[in-house]
Design a protein around this ligand. Structure first.
Ligand code: CU
Length: 178
């Protein structure tokens, strides 16, 4: 090959050494530390308290440092009286407001989108939306609100979400009626 013959031997050796040095430097850069992944303790909430036979009572909070409710599933009977006490138990320094909105099956995205155009004064809950079953106000850190309603008579999975803009993607659970 005419092209290679133009290079003296020492130059080819120098080029090879240069390539080895680059590879060595790249290896040295992989000195990243990994943060440990601490998961919150699992919650025992979500089971109705047997205070009376007629009322399904629940406490729902927010995980300390995550945009998630601390309960995934609530269960009640069709037509049963339901009381949900929702507490914004997220860490104060996160400073986020949350609500809890129960909606008809499969409508959580639609209600969350409609909530975006509702103002904060309206708690980001769309007014007169037939898919909203019951909603709390927006609650600041440490605030609570209890909502009471009659469970739907149609069995199914009724999502509960936070409609604060951007939250519903991770802040969701379901009320199972069966
Ligand atoms: Cu929220």
């Amino acid at each position: 090959m005419y092209f290679l013959k133009k290079f003296p031997k020492w130059m080819i050796v120098a080029l090879s050494l240069g390539a080895m040095n680059s590879a060595f430097a790249a290896n040295m850069k992989q000195a990243n530390t990994h943060k440990s992944d601490v998961k919150g303790a699992s919650s025992q909430k979500g089971q109705a308290k047997n205070t009376t036979a007629e009322v399904a009572q629940f406490n729902v909070g927010v995980k300390k440092d995550k945009m998630e409710f601390d309960v995934d599933t609530l269960t009640a009977k069709p037509g049963q009286k339901v009381v949900i006490k929702f507490t914004n138990s997220m860490s104060k320094d996160m400073g986020l407001k949350h609500n809890l909105v129960i909606v008809k099956p499969g409508t959580e995205a639609e209600v969350a989108m409609a909530g975006l155009t509702a103002t904060e004064a309206k708690n980001y809950v769309p007014e007169k939306n037939p898919n909203v079953i019951k909603a709390t106000k927006l609650l600041a850190s440490d605030e609570s609100e209890s909502i009471e309603f009659t469970a739907p008579t149609t069995p199914g999975e009724y999502p509960f979400i936070c409609t604060y803009p951007g939250h519903y993607v991770t802040m969701k659970g379901k009320l199972v009626i069966k």
